[in-house]
Design a protein around this ligand. Sequence first.
Ligand SMILES: [Fe+2]
Ligand SMILES: [Fe+2]
Length: 338
Amino acid sequence: MSPFKFSLETSNSRWDGPGGTAREVNTSNFPISKSIAGVSMRLQPGGLRELHWHGIAAEWAYIIDGHVMTTVVSPDGTVEKNEFGPGDTWFFPRGYGHALQGLGPGECHFLLGFDNGDFSEFGTFSITDWISKTPRRIVERNMQLPESVVAGLPKGEAYIVQGKVPNFGEPFRSPNLEPSQLTHKYRLGAVAPRRFAGGEERIVSSKEFPIQSTLSSARMDLEPGSLREMHWHPNSDEWQYYTKGRSRVGIFGAHGRVETAEFGPGDVCFIPQGFGHWIEQLGSAATQLVILFNNPHYEEISLSQWLASNPAALLAQNFGVTEEVIDKLPKAALGIIK
Ligand SMILES: [Fe+2]
Ligand SMILES: [Fe+2]
């Protein structure tokens, strides 16, 4: 099997500048990850990820640390401006124009996820790239600026620039704008969790966050010594990013193919659709991971639920054991085992 682990924080596919940094993972450096690409981005206070859009992917984000502001425009002309803090997520459908700026205090670190494994953060449609490659007479007429001003605009893609810390209350330039009908912000960290004996999980599908129309997202918190039970997802791949602690993950594909690997902060794990898997928490510090599924509807089948959903005699024959042994098996999904 193709490797299913990638260390994103040490990726050499990276961009570094005074206003921020970005590291990416996609099919060019992690071939198994065909459906989802990711970026770990850091913006300094005032660091501005310039106006841009993405031609081939929608963008999801999860804030790990710090605060950031976004602006986004929809094709129907509606707009939204939001502030994000730790645990918050956003979703910008493919092609929507957006910009990000660090609000401070301190650096803002966030994870970006894209619903296309071939997506590259370094191939986005940036406003300065376009303006600088367009004939000046066109830019002068379109931006309604004199030639002398256009001549002084950036000569290439700015990507991230170090600006001033924004005043979040500053209004949009036009007073005649309508807010988006659907919000682009969802506070994943504030969702009531599914509680299990060994930890908890928050899952956000398009049911809770309608604009997140191509992905589901989740955050899992595993207490020391816990085990996320064996399960699979009938309808989606699973892309994980570890924010805290350590874990061992095992995956299973048909024909007896199994792989295990250990994961810690900054590591990405990819589990193809339908592959069985489990997560064994390691170490004395709790483990936290953020997850994307490439389907807006969340589905799973767990081993314990499956075992509970069969007659005892059938299972006794399947495993070659007595029904007394089968009687000890769990009778409901365990989720995260203590
Ligand atoms: Fe973007
Ligand atoms: Fe899973």
